[in-house]
Design a protein around this ligand. Structure first.
Ligand SMILES: *Cc1c(COP(=O)(O)O)cnc(C)c1O
Length: 346
């Protein structure tokens, strides 16, 4: 059987032969003893690219974000996030369970929130209300369809954070996509933030891992927290080697994913019963909204597409999500859009 065209997520990529070769030949040691040279090299490489002092390899983006939230807060605090934020919606309630904090979601759901909106809810001293201690931005914003958060929005929030001594964390699971799309240097994208989490296992195509970066002091505390959560890994150089390979070879090619996502959106945009805002396909994610007039059941669309060799997912009962990545070629875009066109026209 031929491999299905898997557009569910950019997490589904498998390591390439060259990446596997790099993993196989990685020098390793016990990283919990701080003795894995490849892990150290990866942590330093990511920190350097993002212009921060130190980095920490962790098993997942969820662990990375949750360590950051724990670093910056006290139980009972309010964490201010843009509506739809991954840290609030898709991390199993970890922030409440592990750090004892609550979320306040702002903005229209496109990944932005304004200084005025934050000011409106900010509490720095009222004992009746939770204390505001941390702002989080997610760039690109997954739930909004890989939208890029304008750097001016981020700079404004950073100034507010400085003014009130709030911490500022970036969930940069797909920050490399933002970097490639905008051409803004990574250290400039990272500068407004105290900590940044990036994923190696999304568009970068590594099998496992995220890296949290920040000050030496923050990362030293994060290292202890990682161990406490069971995230200390021993000969993790095998994993880190994939990350180092990805930093060298898989960043610039993200432009291809963006081009293909746009191509998918353009191919599908004219179909009756669905809406795609092509102008909002900033990076590698396409959202397909089913209009009221659409006669198709979303789960049936997903199932029929699966039977025809195309895997897609839904983010709610009226919205499908397609994601391009390392394993999606031009021919897959052609075939994927042909299959979906057929289904929507039937
Ligand atoms: C994927 C993702 C994460 C982390 O996911 P893991 O599956 O835990 O690695 C965090 N934030 C965003 C925006 C993501 O898309």
């Amino acid at each position: 059987m031929t491999q299905p065209i898997d557009l569910r997520s950019d997490t589904v990529t498998r390591p390439t032969a060259a990446m596997r070769a790099a993993m196989a030949s990685a020098e390793v040691g016990d990283d919990v003893y701080g003795e894995d040279p490849t892990v150290r090299a990866l942590e330093q490489a990511v920190a350097a690219r993002l212009g921060k002092a130190a980095g920490l390899l962790v098993p997942s983006g969820t662990m990375s974000n949750q360590i950051a939230i724990w670093l910056h807060t006290q139980p009972g605090d309010d964490v201010i996030v843009p509506a739809g934020a991954h840290v609030m919606e898709f991390e199993s309630g970890a922030a409440a369970a592990l750090s004892g904090v609550q979320f306040r979601a702002l903005g229209p759901g496109d990944g932005t929130m304004t200084v005025a909106e934050v000011n409106e809810v900010l509490n720095l001293s009222d004992p009746y209300r939770p204390l505001s201690r941390l702002l989080v931005i997610e760039n690109s914003h997954n739930r909004a369809g890989g939208r890029i958060v304008p750097q001016t929005t981020i700079e404004g929030l950073a100034a507010l954070a400085r003014q009130h001594q709030l911490r500022f964390h970036l969930d940069g699971a797909r920050l490399m996509n933002v970097h490639v799309k905008t051409g803004i240097p990574l250290d400039q994208l990272a500068r407004p933030f105290d900590t940044i989490s990036i994923c190696l296992s999304k568009g970068l195509g590594a099998p496992v891992g995220s890296v949290l970066v920040g000050s030496a002091e923050a990362i030293a505390r994060a290292r202890r927290r990682r161990k406490m959560l069971g995230g200390g890994m021993r000969q993790a150089g095998v994993i880190a080697a994939a990350g180092l390979y990805a930093l060298e070879h898989h960043i610039d090619r993200l432009a291809e994913d963006h081009r293909r996502a746009r191509e998918l959106a353009l191919q599908l945009a004219g179909i009756r019963g669905i809406e795609i805002d092509v102008a909002k396909v900033d990076t590698n994610i396409v959202l397909i909204h089913l209009t009221q007039a659409c006669p198709h059941d979303i789960n049936l669309v997903i199932e029929v597409a699966r039977q025809r060799g195309v895997l897609i997912s839904a983010i709610n009962s009226r919205c499908l999500r397609l994601v391009t990545h390392l394993d999606i070629r031009d021919a897959d875009v052609e075939r994927g859009s042909a299959v979906l066109t057929q289904i929507f026209h039937s």
